[in-house]
Design a protein around this ligand. Structure first.
Ligand SMILES: [Cu+2]
Length: 283
């Protein structure tokens, strides 16, 4: 499996009227979701288009020698690395260049899904699936604020699993203004990840509960009937829930200071699974 990414500086909108000169993978923050199958070998190339500083790639999904496989790629250079994806799950990737806090907080993070060889026991029940990622934003490139301050925003984004699906940056309100969609009766799967860099996430969907949870996306870590799933910084999960009635289902970080700073979105449930144009109530 060949995966190519760029490291590049890109202006993105992190809130209405608030632009951020982000450090990104592929011009997005979070970067695009990578999906591979358990047992694949990942041949990864990072093209560093940043003219001024090195960047790198640390994949939590793999066994590797960090001093060889996650090393810096110099400005205007490319680096290629390969490692096996032997462990199923929902993992974080991020730039590992020092200071790591600065590179992650400026936008260099994302999700890699390694699909389990034998699937999840609930695969056949799932009607639709989405990616939801939480990240924080601080004062622009302010290492002191990133270290000692509080995040200005804590946000949710979604990433396209298939071409044509919604793909957002970590922007306040992105998933409230443009809700995810489902049909009455659907079992919905979210691949969730908290990339931090500093906060935890208490992930909760209002109006339902999680029938099935796979912590870090490993089929062996199967939990039932959960209300809220704790995601440490860099932690992921597969969460599955059913929506039994039409309406707007907010999903939030139940640490409500963070929800208030932007960590909320809406799943809109309609008769046919299409947007009916009705008003969305956020939380
Ligand atoms: Cu970097």
């Amino acid at each position: 499996m060949n995966v190519e990414m760029t490291a590049q500086i890109t202006n993105i909108q992190i809130a209405s009227g608030d632009a951020y000169k982000a450090w990104t993978f592929n011009g997005e923050a979070p970067g695009p979701v990578i999906v591979v199958n358990q047992g694949d070998k990942i041949n990864f190339t990072l093209k560093n288009m940043d003219p001024s500083i090195p960047h790198s790639m640390d994949m939590h999904a793999v066994h590797a020698a960090p001093s060889k496989d996650f090393i810096n790629v110099m400005p205007n250079k490319s680096g290629s690395f390969s490692y096996p994806a032997d462990n199923a799950g929902v993992f974080m990737y991020h730039c590992g260049t020092q200071p790591v806090l600065e590179h992650i907080a400026n936008g260099m993070h994302g999700m890699i899904i390694v699909k389990p060889k034998n699937g999840y026991p609930t695969d056949s029940q799932v009607d639709r699936e989405y990616v939801v990622i939480q990240n924080e934003w601080y004062k622009y490139n302010d290492i002191s604020d990133m270290t000692n301050g509080k995040p200005k925003y804590v946000v949710f984004s979604t990433k396209a699993l298939k071409q044509g699906e919604m793909n957002t940056n970590g922007t306040v309100g992105a998933l409230v203004e443009h809700p995810l969609l489902a049909k009455v009766g659907d079992k919905v799967r979210f691949y969730v990840l908290n990339v931090g860099p500093n906060e935890t996430s208490s992930f909760h969907v209002v109006g339902t509960l999680f029938d099935d949870v796979y912590l870090d996306g490993n089929p062996f870590n199967h939990l039932k009937g959960m209300q809220t799933v704790m995601l440490p910084a860099s932690g992921g999960a597969v969460v599955e829930f059913t929506v039994t009635k039409e309406g707007s289902y907010p999903f939030v970080n139940h640490q409500f200071n963070d929800a208030t700073k932007g960590a909320s979105g809406v799943l809109k449930v309609t008769k046919d699974g299409k947007d009916d144009g009705s008003m969305v109530m956020s939380h």
